[in-house]
Design a protein around this ligand. Structure first.
Ligand code: NAP
Ligand code: ZN
Length: 333
């Protein structure tokens, strides 16, 4: 079928209307009619070819909510009419030790939805049904999208950094990922300190569940009231690693989900002196996606969104680039 989409035709170029024909469905594929698609900063990184993996034309979009309209002959667990979500991951080998232990996101053959394939800034999407996730009925389309990449990324990273409850958790950057991280950490019973460069977000952070907010100013050393057990870094650049490491208590963990483009010098002494750890975490495996949706549903974690018609995707992209989105932009058909 013919898909109407918005695509970036060249590195850093604008989003323009673009149409393409879908290939015949593979045995495990489904054809989805797109109902909503969140815009992640990774879509911008891809449009700018920041990671040197983009193939143009690029149809961005990997926080997709869609309804199954057709299914391949092997698809038994999804029915026509089901509402599902698709996140960053398009596929994996499903046979390696990582895949067999629920870490499909770490599979060496894992493929991104928009890496070598078209994404959800479109009327329709062909996706592997094994990477489509049934959505809790209580979460509306525009709120479900951002949970599928942003949500699972921060939930998985916090869990792998050792988050339980009763801990001191910091979140650096209150964008799409950060505003969800604050909610997950707070609603699961932790005391949250939010670090932001935007004055207006500082007052709003309390409504997300933050107990304390610190406005970070260029050249100033950020401070926390108490030593942090976990600090989640969601900013797409080096936030000033050395300063933030000092906010961690003994055995504390700094977890990167934001992707700085340049290598960052490693302050070994700051790590060693309090046996701190640094880790980085990509999205989440399939079990974690399902858990993220379930926890969000039951504990009331809801993305705060701005919605735009698909045709105005460029406007939303511009706002994201200028850090004006509050807090996730979502495209609707
Ligand atoms: P976003 O909505 O743009 O949020 C990033 C936030 O970082 C901004 O809202 C801003 O928060 C802060 N910031 C401070 N300095 C900035 C600067 N120079 N440029 C941009 N933002 C700045 O982005 P996102 O969608 O949350 O994604 C954040 C990062 O995570 C990106 O690098 C993205 O590629 C990455 N990501 C990683 C994974 C993974 O699997 N690890 C998954 C998804 C996304 P304040 O206004 O509060 O300061
Ligand atoms: Zn993403």
């Amino acid at each position: 079928m013919r898909v109407k989409a918005m695509a970036v035709m060249e590195r850093g170029g604008p989003l323009v209307p673009y149409a393409y024909e879908t290939a015949p469905l593979g045995p495990h594929d489904v054809l989805l009619e797109v109902r909503a698609c969140g815009i992640c900063h990774s879509d911008l990184h891809m449009a700018d070819d920041d990671w040197a993996i983009t193939r143009f034309p690029l149809v961005p979009g990997h926080e997709v909510v869609g309804v199954v309209r057709e299914r391949g002959r092997e698809v038994a667990h999804l029915a026509v009419g089901d509402r599902v979500g698709v996140g960053w991951q398009r596929s994996s080998c499903l046979t390696c030790p990582d895949c067999l232990s629920g870490r499909e996101n770490l599979c060496s053959e894992n493929r991104g939805l928009i890496v070598g394939g078209h994404g959800g800034f479109a009327s329709h999407l062909v996706a592997d049904s094994r990477f489509c996730f049934p959505l809790p009925p209580g979460i509306p389309d525009e709120a479900a999208g951002p949970l599928l990449c942003g949500g699972v990324t921060v939930y998985s990273a916090l869990r792998h950094a050792g988050m339980t409850s009763g801990q001191e958790v910091g979140v650096v950057g209150l964008g799409g990922l950060g505003h969800l991280a604050v909610q997950f950490a707070a609603r699961l019973g932790n005391r949250v300190t939010a670090f932001t460069t935007s004055e207006d977000k500082a007052s709003f952070a309390a409504r997300l569940g933050a107990h304390r907010t610190v406005v970070v100013r260029e050249g100033e050393r950020p401070r926390a009231e108490r030593p942090l057990d976990i600090l989640l870094q969601t900013v797409p650049r080096d936030p000033g690693l050395a300063h933030f490491l000092d906010l961690l208590g003994s055995d504390g963990t700094l977890a990167f989900v934001g992707v700085p483009l340049e290598p960052i010098p490693l302050p070994v002494w700051a790590l060693l002196s309090k046996r701190r750890r640094i880790m980085a975490s990509p999205i989440g495996g399939r079990a974690l996606v399902a858990e993220t949706l379930d926890v969000a549903d039951r504990f009331g974690v809801r993305p705060v969104v701005e919605t735009y018609p698909l045709a105005e995707a460029q406007k939303a992209f511009d706002r994201l680039r200028e850090n004006r989105v509050r807090y996730r932009a979502v495209l609707l058909p």
